[in-house]
Ligand binder design. Structure first.
Ligand SMILES: [Zn+2]
Ligand SMILES: [Zn+2]
Length: 352
């Protein structure tokens, strides 16, 4: 089968290779991949940033990719929760089931956590094999495009869950990429008062998407202008919640400075280079900072049910994040395009 492989420790590099179709073992399932997205983390792997060099230490060559949907082709012995022919999505962290985080329902931060597409061969291929317990079945009529987006939407859902109650709050999102966009859609659905988005002048096309699907959204590429907007428009002088979803080293500092006293900063972006931040403002203003990694299993079914029950317009809003669908064999071009940051979410289709 055809697969996208990080075969060599090179910058701006992935390779397309012919590899054997994996077999199924006890408790695991074989899935025929239907659509798979290029994640920001796949771009870190492609660019070979420092954090990802560490992550893949001793693990090359590896088939990458984890944001996918597909149809179950075969199940291993002992599998009772999914069946051949089911449309599924799966969670990325593969957990041990025995450690303290696992036993407390936080298996996404398992002490022995392994990741699909890093420690185990990923889904950017014609077939992938994953533990059955990582899979979620979807109804046959579930939109494949929406299913393919469910993993990155789950990251956004985790951020909203960290906020607790977004109802009536002023929320700032730094970084208008796909995760930032999904956070904005979910915050709006959850009744946020106003959603502000900070990006770069080069994000003009992305801003249009926000404006099309989020009524009253305020997009801005000029930090000073945003500051004065917040000063005039909000009596507390800062937002209730700032979400850093850019992974830019300047992001966390901006998030802290644009948040009101006793507000919340949620860190969702992953950094290529460690940011240097002055935390005095966070101390003096009693700001809470939370990290938000992958969504735990217990919240996944809630997310999938929410996505299944959204209005046509909302579903269209999520799916509008897909800017391109490339054939799997065009993966090298797709990564090149994704690396330019002009596209939103790029999907690959092994069927084409
Ligand atoms: Zn991802
Ligand atoms: Zn564990």
């Amino acid at each position: 089968m055809l697969a996208v492989v990080k075969d060599k420790p090179l910058e701006n590099h992935i390779a397309l290779q012919e590899v054997p179709v994996p077999g199924v073992t006890e408790g695991w399932v074989l899935i025929k991949v239907d659509l798979i997205g290029i994640c920001g983390s796949d771009l870190h792997t492609y660019h070979w940033t420092k954090d990802y060099q560490q992550r893949f230490k001793g693990l090359l060559p590896a088939i990458i990719g984890h944001e996918y949907t597909g149809i179950v082709e075969a199940v291993g012995s002992g599998v009772t929760n999914v069946f051949a022919g089911d449309r599924v999505v799966s969670r990325t962290p593969i957990s041990c089931g025995r450690c303290q985080p696992c036993l407390s329902g936080q298996e996404a931060i398992c002490n022995e956590r392994r990741l699909l597409g890093v420690h185990y061969d990923g889904a950017m291929a014609e077939y992938v094999t994953v533990p059955a317990r990582n899979c979620h079945r979807l109804p046959p009529d579930y939109s494949p495009n929406l299913a393919a987006l469910s993993e990155p939407i789950s990251i956004a859902f985790g951020v909203i869950h960290k906020i607790g109650r977004p109802l009536g709050k002023n929320i700032l999102i730094i970084g208008p990429g796909p995760i930032g966009y999904f956070i904005a859609l979910l915050a709006d659905m959850a009744g946020a008062h106003k959603v502000f988005v900070l990006g770069l002048p080069s994000d003009k096309k992305r801003f249009e998407l926000f404006e099309r699907y989020i009524p009253g959204v305020e997009v801005e590429s000029d930090l000073q202008k945003l500051k004065s907007k917040l000063k005039q428009g909000i009596k507390d002088g800062g937002v209730d919640v700032a979400i850093e979803a850019s992974g830019s080293p300047q992001g966390p500092q901006m998030a802290i400075e644009l948040t009101r006293k006793q507000g919340l900063v949620v860190q969702a972006g992953i950094f290529a280079d460690s940011p240097s931040i002055d935390l005095n403002a966070a101390v003096r203003n009693q700001i809470t900072i939370k990290g938000s990694p992958a969504l735990p299993e217990r919240l996944w079914d809630r997310l999938l049910a929410l996505l299944a029950s959204t209005s046509k317009k909302q579903q269209e809003g999520f799916e509008a994040a897909i800017s391109d669908i490339f054939p799997l064999k065009g993966a090298v071009d797709a990564f090149k395009k994704a690396g330019e940051r002009k596209a939103m979410k790029i999907l690959l289709s092994p069927k084409q």
